[in-house]
Design a protein around this ligand. Structure first.
Ligand SMILES: [Zn+2]
Length: 228
């Protein structure tokens, strides 16, 4: 019964000249590319030396919430930035590569010794009332940095790229009195990547695709700030 019905409907469609259209549409729709964020790396002709500073470490845990510890999340993001950096012609040096205690002075000394073109300190925030909604990023700069104007340009470039990613909002760069920014020879910014109490945001840091998108956005901002 079913087969007969099928034959009838197929011959009806063929007679009506609809079949080629139906087959054509199926073909087109099966090969229509899915609408995904296509990553086109921004890279400069000159290699950029970027020092990435994973905040805290060792005996200094930073902030925490449940099983989440800031020093571990910071290091995860810092390492991912290092892994993806070559696509943007950026060479990343990390102020710490494991769970060790590194003083603020050592962090700045390392950055200056490596002659960083840019310095990014990675942190996670813990603000009251940040456990709902998408939460925000916070990018900080310091106007006493030797290259304050370039720090601001870097912060704005990163801000623009982060703000264009789909997964969170981003606040405009703000002025903060922080040693690692103030004493660094390189243009320097500190990014608070989300809030540790914000479950939705922290989940994004464990999703590889989203973490990569976040890191690419930061690296694109760095590369963009060096475009002539
Ligand atoms: Zn921190």
């Amino acid at each position: 019964m079913l087969q007969t019905n099928n034959k009838t409907s197929m011959s009806f469609l063929r007679k009506a000249g609809v079949l080629p259209l139906v087959i054509g549409s199926v073909f087109i729709f099966s090969f229509t590319p899915r609408k995904e964020h296509k990553h086109a790396p921004i890279a400069t002709t000159k290699k950029i030396v970027l020092v990435v500073d994973a905040g805290h470490g060792g005996t200094d845990h930073g902030t925490s919430s449940g099983s989440l510890i800031e020093k571990d999340l910071n290091l995860k993001v810092a390492k991912r930035l290092g892994e993806l950096a070559p696509e943007h012609n950026i060479e990343v040096h990390l102020t710490r590569t494991g769970n060790e205690t590194v003083s603020l002075t050592e962090r700045v000394e390392r950055s200056n010794k490596w002659k960083a073109d840019d310095f990014i300190s990675v942190h996670i925030d813990n603000q009251p009332g940040q456990d709902a909604g998408k939460g925000t990023f916070d990018i900080a700069i310091n106007n006493k940095n030797a290259q304050a104007k370039k720090s601001e340009d870097l912060a704005v470039a990163i801000y623009q790229h982060l703000a264009s990613t789909e997964w969170t909002q981003c606040k405009a760069p703000s002025e903060k009195s922080l040693y690692v920014l103030r004493s660094n020879n390189a243009p320097s910014v500190l990014i608070e990547i989300g809030d540790i109490k914000n479950k939705e945001q922290m989940k994004q840091l464990t999703d590889d695709t989203k973490l990569n998108a976040l890191c690419h956005a930061i690296l694109e901002g760095v590369a963009d700030s060096h475009k002539e």
